[in-house]
Ligand binder design. Structure first.
Ligand SMILES: Cc1ncc(COP(=O)(O)O)c(C=O)c1O
Length: 392
C-alpha cells in the first residue's frame, strides 16, 4: 500500500524534534552533528536567536497580504539585495525551482521584447541541477530526472561542464541564454574555474546571450563571498537564489539587471506567496547577518580549518576518500567506497552528511558553525571512515 506521504524519497529512519546551532536532536533524545544543514538551507544553523526573534515578531504583526499590495518588508529585502549585488531588480519566489522558472521566462521575454523572438534556446551544462519543474528538468536534462515525464519543454541543450569550446560551438543566433551553477551542488561540488566564468561572460557579451547564474546552493555566503561568482570578478545578467536566503523559511529570488528584466512588466509574472511579509522579514535578517564582511571572512576561516582536516582524512583513509572538492563551506569528499555507505555509516557516528552525484559526499554545514564543532565533525568523519575500512 502506498504510504500517506508520496514515496518519492528514500528517507533515512531518523526523525528530529529540535535543533540548536549545528546540532539536531532525534526523537530518542540523541544528538547529531548536522553537516547537511537541510541541504544548504540552514545558513545560520538551527533556531538562530535573531531569526527566531525576527520570525516571532513578524508573525505577531503580519504574515501574508499577497502581491496585490505594496509590501514594505519585500521592498526592504529587494533594496538590500540590489545594494549588495550586480542586480537592479528582484522578484521573490518560494523555492529555487520557481526561481529557475522565472529566470527562463525572463531570459526568453527579454529577447522577445527586443525583437528577436527566435532567440529561445537555453544552454545548460551536464550534471546541472536547477529544480524539479518541467522547465528545470528540461534545462538540466539528466535522464534520471526527465525519464517518463515527456514531452519535455523544448529549447534546451546541454554541453559538457566547464568546456568553453563546447559552449562557444553551441551558441547560435537562436541562443537566448546560458545557465550555469558557479559551483555545482547536486552534480558533485564542482567549482567552475574563474577563467571559465570570465570566458563565459565574454562569450555571452560578444553574442548578446544572457548569462544566468544559479546560486541557489552556492550563494548567500556559502562560498565565503556573498555570491560565489564574486570570486571570478564577473557578474551575471540574471541570478537565481533560494535555500540559504530564508535560513529555513521557504524563500527564493531572481535577481536581474534592468536590461535583462526589460521584458517583465505588470502581469507578465506572479506568485501568491512569493515575497510575503513573513518570508521577507526573515530573508532580510539572514541577508543582514550573512553579508557582513566579518561574517564572510569567518566562513573562509572556518572553511580553511575544515578543508585542512578533510585533506588529512583523505591522506589517512585512501580506501574511503579520494579527494576534497569545493570552496568555502560548500565542500565535497570524492569517495572511493559508495558515498551512500559513508552517509549511512555516519548516522551510526551521529554525523549527518548528504550524498551528491559523482560519488561525492557533500559537507554543507551552517555558515556559523563553531570551530569546536568542525573539530568534532572531523573526528566523527574519521571514526566513520575507520568503521568503513574495518568492514572492507
Ligand atoms: C543549484 C540548484 N538550483 C535549483 C534548486 C532547486 O531548488 P528548490 O529545491 O528550492 O526548488 C536546487 C536544489 O537543490 C539547487 O541546488
Amino acid at each position: 500500500m502506498i504510504s500517506a506521504v508520496l514515496p518519492t524519497y528514500n528517507r533515512a529512519p531518523l526523525a528530529f524534534v529540535s535543533g540548536e546551532g549545528s546540532w539536531l536532536t532525534a526523537e530518542d533524545g540523541s544528538r547529531y552533528l548536522d553537516l547537511g544543514a537541510g541541504i544548504a538551507v540552514n545558513a545560520l544553523g538551527h533556531a538562530h536567536p535573531a531569526l527566531v526573534e525576527t520570525l516571532t515578531a513578524q508573525a505577531q504583526k503580519l504574515w501574508h497580504v499577497s502581491n496585490i499590495y505594496t509590501i514594505p518588508e519585500q521592498e526592504r529585502l529587494a533594496e538590500m539585495l540590489v545594494a549588495r549585488t550586480f542586480a537592479d531588480t528582484v522578484f521573490f519566489t518560494n523555492s529555487g525551482t520557481e526561481a529557475a522558472e522565472l529566470a527562463i521566462k525572463m531570459a526568453r521575454k527579454h529577447h522577445y521584447e527586443a525583437g528577436q523572438p527566435e532567440r529561445t534556446q537555453i544552454i545548460a551544462v551536464e550534471g546541472a541541477f536547477h529544480g524539479r519543474s518541467t522547465g528545470a528538468i528540461a534545462a538540466a536534462g539528466s535522464e534520471k530526472m526527465v525519464k517518463g515525464y515527456g514531452p519535455l519543454m523544448p529549447g534546451f541543450t546541454q554541453v559538457k561542464w566547464a568546456d568553453h569550446d563546447a559552449i562557444r560551438a553551441a551558441i547560435t543566433d537562436r541562443t537566448c541564454a546560458v545557465i550555469i551553477e558557479p559551483i555545482q551542488g547536486e552534480g558533485g561540488i564542482r567549482v567552475v574555474p574563474d577563467q571559465c566564468l570570465k570566458g563565459l561572460r565574454d562569450l555571452c557579451d560578444s553574442t548578446g546571450t544572457l548569462l544566468i547564474f544559479d546560486e541557489v546552493q552556492c550563494g548567500m555566503g556559502r562560498s565565503g563571498k556573498l555570491f560565489a561568482h564574486e570570486w571570478a570578478g564577473v557578474t551575471p545578467d540574471i541570478m537565481m537564489v533560494a535555500k540559504g536566503i530564508g535560513g529555513g523559511f521557504p524563500l527564493g529570488a531572481v535577481l536581474a539587471t534592468e536590461a535583462a528584466a526589460s521584458g517583465m512588466t505588470a502581469g507578465s509574472h506572479g506568485s501568491t506567496y512569493g515575497g510575503n511579509p513573513l518570508g521577507c522579514a526573515i530573508g532580510a535578517k539572514v541577508t543582514e547577518i550573512v553579508s557582513e564582511p566579518a561574517f564572510l571572512d569567518g566562513v573562509s576561516q572556518k572553511a580553511a580549518q575544515f578543508r585542512q582536516g578533510l585533506e588529512g582524512l583523505v591522506a589517512s583513509h585512501p580506501k574511503v576518500f579520494e579527494a576534497v572538492r569545493g570552496q568555502g563551506l560548500i565542500l565535497g569528499l570524492k569517495c572511493v567506497v559508495p558515498n551512500a555507505d559513508v552517509v549511512k555509516a555516519g548516522y551510526a557516528r551521529h554525523i549527518l552528511t548528504v550524498a551528491a552525484a559523482d560519488n561525492v559526499l557533500r559537507l554543507l554545514p551552517a555558515l556559523n558553525i563553531p570551530e569546536a564543532d568542525i573539530a568534532e565533525a572531523l573526528a566523527r568523519l574519521d571514526a566513520t571512515a575507520t568503521d568503513l575500512e574495518n568492514a572492507l
